[in-house]
Design a protein around this ligand. Sequence first.
Ligand code: 5GP
Ligand code: ZN
Length: 111
Amino acid sequence: MSSAACIFCKIIKGDIPSLKLFESEKVFAFLDIQPLSRGHALVIPKFHGAKLTDIPDEDLVEILPVAKKIAKASGAEDFNILQNNGRIAHQVVDHVHFHMIPKPNEQEGMS
Ligand code: 5GP
Ligand code: ZN
């Protein structure tokens, strides 16, 4: 199920370009266009739904293992996994997405 008006559904279809990191039957992952840190990724179900409560369990259960793979591949020891539902909770794009935000060690590179 996809929504013609949804930008993330368009990204999944390839109608809007993205820097794709992963794709499977149920999951798609790509780099965030306005990254909060280097490697900031979005992991989304291909099933279109605005909120977590709209996504079937069998689709949802495939998301976190992909977020874990991408977190490992980023090389970051520390990272946030965030998922917003609704405007008051700061959701802007109404297609469920999990942010994977690496948190680089700011001490690295400093002597
Ligand atoms: P939210 O606030 O809804 O949790 O986050 C939406 C995220 O989607 C933001 O971090 C924003 O930068 C990202 N985003 C919005 N439009 C696009 C787009 O067209 N391409 C990509 N790659 N990311 C997008
Ligand atoms: Zn969508």
